[in-house]
Design a protein around this ligand. Structure first.
Ligand SMILES: [Zn+2]
Length: 172
């Protein structure tokens, strides 16, 4: 601690002020920045990075439910049984590499495990696997459509999907 030009006592470091009334000492305890980690049953945002098997996708969690980025990425697994309440044969019918998903953390320790079973979870942004254009949500369907080439792809679509097609089918 030090006294500044105006005679005010300043802490030389950021932290928690501790008052010791017996010793008449004021000290500043350094507060360790607590790292933000994905926690159980909370929504997170992740990017699908790989599919080592037909029943498994690897994702990297990058932000919390308020879309605030974490300091780094957390690798997580998404199993095909955690896609929907209905049986899904292949993870490819739900997500594809490069997709941004909203998911719920079910196991909050490495390796993290996520689920997209909740109605609000699923893909929120994806690209066409034929031409690379952003895909649009087709209202009322668990599918996405490419406004450029007309390709339709199956996904577990979140209601938070960012791009929505107009009522009429988009044509190019
Ligand atoms: Zn396309």
């Amino acid at each position: 601690m030090y006294v500044d030009d105006e005679g005010i006592i300043r802490a030389a470091r950021v932290g928690v002020v501790e008052l010791d009334m017996v010793k008449r000492v004021v000290s500043v305890k350094t507060a360790l920045p607590r790292p933000r980690l994905p926690s159980r049953n909370r929504a997170v945002y992740a990017i699908v990075v790989g599919m080592p098997r037909e029943d498994l996708a690897l994702v990297k969690i990058f932000a919390d439910e308020r879309m605030v980025p974490y300091n780094g990425f957390f690798t997580a697994v998404l199993h095909v049984s955690q896609v929907s309440d209905r049986p899904v044969k292949s993870i490819y019918d739900a997500v594809k590499p490069g997709d941004i998903i909203r998911a719920t953390v079910t196991s909050p320790a490495a390796p993290y495990v996520v689920s997209i079973r909740k109605p609000q979870d699923g893909v929120i942004l994806a690209q066409c696997s034929v031409c690379g254009h952003d895909l649009y949500r087709v209202p009322g369907k668990q599918a996405l459509i490419c406004p450029k080439c007309g390709n339709e792809e199956a996904r577990k679509v979140s209601p938070y999907y960012v791009l929505s097609a107009k009522r009429s089918k988009p044509r190019v």
